[in-house]
Ligand binder design. Structure first.
Ligand SMILES: Cc1ncc(COP(=O)(O)O)c(C=O)c1O
Length: 412
């Protein structure tokens, strides 16, 4: 982001903050839509960034909502989505979540298991409505993705083999349920156009096999996507030229293109580039042979799952917005939490920094704040600022903190 603009924001607002450039969101949404086959539908996966200002911009770019919780449902409503077009997915949906989604108008669900299907059927019957189901499938073949979610044992979707058993057709025949299609999400950060096209081909083949075996009319294939973008650094981006042609060829090869719609869902590609995390240096401390730069942000605001070692750490880039011009230093960039895991980068070479300097991390508009450890150590969540053409348009803060519930049962 522009240093001058970030400095002006830091003068007006407290640090740390996330700042999202809605112009970037607009550009990426247009870019991705233009790289999909004509007529394909794009869904915004709220898990990447549920901020209503960002989601609204993606909606204005023509995407529907892909949501997985009460919170994402509310964010989609705040972003102005028509919830009748939203797709509600995720393993382990509760009766409460399904019922509130139905009450809000959601009718399309991605179904992950037999029990999920029974819950959806029960809730649909109680609400007196029909729900449209995409069967989320875990095909046998491993995908081409950096974080694979199919082709391996996983909690996501039905193993394809389970849907090809003799009793599957009867088990799908439940009140309130209309099986409308197939959903395959292969994984995230798929590294090439060829791999995205190959995954899409596999999703279409899977859908065709299931349509034949189960005897439903497949009117939707949600082929996922996994469209990549660098995380927290200026790494290379994927050249999309050739993607529309490749995906269109795959789509036209499939007999389903006569009768079905093709859907894709994306999170990181749509919003990653829009977001920067701006923080202030609180301290610069030598310790034996190392230098620690202590920020007012850390793994509670960024990359928390990586911080805990659950997923690989990305190389994090810091832009010093107020450089002092001193000699280069080698530093560990850490946060204010009381754990050595609260480290955003180790041994990075950077121009010297001083307490009070502002540092910005680029490309964190996806899987930033809400993918972090916001509750850990009870700091307030940073504010989130959405701006367009250099003007702040909305400012939000994620709520944290304890709230005592009024109802305490007198006896158990
Ligand atoms: C089912 C599903 N759909 C969509 C996404 C969004 O993926 P991405 O942000 O890589 O586009 C994810 C991410 O984990 C997912 O699990």
């Amino acid at each position: 982001m522009e240093a001058d603009f970030a400095i002006r924001l830091a003068e007006k607002f407290e640090t740390p903050f996330y700042a999202y450039d809605l112009g970037e969101v607009q550009k990426r949404t247009q870019e991705l839509r233009a790289a999909l086959p004509l007529g394909a539908r794009l869904l915004h996966s709220f898990k990447a960034n549920p901020l209503p200002a960002v989601a609204q911009q993606i909606r204005l770019g023509g995407a529907s909502a892909e949501i997985t919780s009460d919170g994402e449902l509310e964010a989609a409503r705040l972003a102005g989505h028509d919830l009748r077009e939203a797709l509600y997915g995720g393993p382990g949906k509760t009766n409460h979540e399904i019922t509130s989604a139905l009450a809000a108008g959601v009718r399309w669900f991605s179904c992950e298991s037999w029990l999920d299907l029974q819950r959806l059927s029960g809730a649909a019957e109680r609400a007196g409505v029909d729900v449209q189901i995409l069967l989320r499938v875990n095909p046998a073949e491993a995908p081409q993705a950096r974080l694979a979610m199919t082709g391996v044992e996983s909690q996501f979707g039905f193993d394809e083999s389970l849907l090809l058993t003799v009793d599957a057709r009867a088990r799908l025949n439940l009140p309130g349920i209309k099986i409308r299609g197939v959903h395959v999400y292969f994984g995230t950060q798929v590294a090439s156009v060829e791999a995205i096209a190959q995954n899409t081909r596999r999703a279409l083949e899977t859908a065709l096999r299931l349509e034949t075996a189960l005897g439903f009319v497949c009117s939707v294939v949600n082929a996922g996507g996994g469209f990549p973008w660098p995380y927290a650094n200026h790494g290379p981006t994927l050249d999309f030229s050739g993607m529309q042609a490749a995906l269109t060829a795959v789509w036209q090869e499939s007999p389903l293109h006569e009768t079905a719609e093709l859907w894709f869902e994306a999170g990181r590609y749509l919003c990653a580039s829009s977001g920067s995390l701006v923080s202030r240096v609180l301290d610069v401390k030598p310790s034996r042979t190392r230098t620690f730069v202590v920020l007012d942000t850390g793994i509670h605001h960024l990359g928390g799952m990586a911080g805990l070692g659950r997923i690989p750490r990305s190389a994090v880039t810091f832009q010093n917005l107020s450089p002092q011009g001193g000699a280069e230093i080698t530093a560990d960039i850490v946060g204010p939490l009381c754990t050595p895991l609260d480290s955003l980068a180790r041994g990075v070479k950077m121009p010297s920094v001083a307490p009070g300097d502002l540092l910005a991390v680029p490309n964190v508009g996806a899987y930033g704040l809400t993918a972090s450890l916001i509750g850990f150590l009870s700091h307030p969540a940073p504010i989130e600022i959405a701006y367009l053409h250099g003007e702040v348009v909305q400012v939000w803060r994620w709520r944290t903190g304890h709230q005592q519930l009024p109802q305490v049962p007198s006896s158990l």
